[in-house]
Write a protein of this length. Structure first.
Length: 166
């Protein structure tokens, strides 16, 4: 896996599981049975509300578009196999409301990572292209698109490539 190879090469790596159906922790060797569950950022409604000024999952209203994010790595990441690992969270229930405050926090956090920090950031993101339309992957240097060898998957990869080039 790319994150493990970079860490083994001595690079500073932050691996972020930003897939609602996440399993990156297991893939990089994190043992939840031995070390406990990693608290996903999205579960900390108090921090989301404090930073964005809006109730998570609420509809409408105004919220801070550039919240404080520089301490989130310290608050939510763990050391594993020579890298930092962070889980942003998963959606657990249908009709759970708008995720606009959460996305504003994540977008600011991603911009902070890509622009202001000097480490390799590996993001395992949800399949599809919503992260491109929401701007959470706006400042990346390289987007590696991994798909299954089927016609629909290849069409999705083409759409992702087109959106990423904009």
């Amino acid at each position: 896996m790319l994150a493990r190879a970079l860490a083994a090469d001595g690079k500073q790596v932050l691996a972020i599981d930003a897939d609602p159906n996440g399993n990156l922790a297991q893939a990089v060797g994190y043992d939840a049975r031995a070390r406990g569950r990693i608290t996903p950022l999205i579960e900390r409604k108090d921090i989301i509300k404090e930073r964005t000024g809006a109730k998570p999952g609420g509809f409408g209203g105004a919220f801070v578009m550039n919240p404080k994010v520089d301490d989130l790595i310290d608050l939510f990441s763990v050391d594993v196999n020579g890298m930092r690992l962070m889980v942003t969270g998963e959606l657990k229930e249908a009709l759970s409301g708008c995720y606009c405050p959460e996305n504003a926090l994540l977008r600011s956090f991603m911009s902070h990572l890509f622009i202001e920090r000097g480490e390799w950031v590996i993001l395992d993101m949800e399949a599809g292209f919503e992260h491109l339309t929401r701007g959470t992957a706006e400042s990346v240097d390289l987007l590696l698109v991994v798909v299954e060898p089927g016609q629909r998957a290849v069409q999705t990869a083409k759409k992702i490539t087109d959106l990423a080039s904009q």
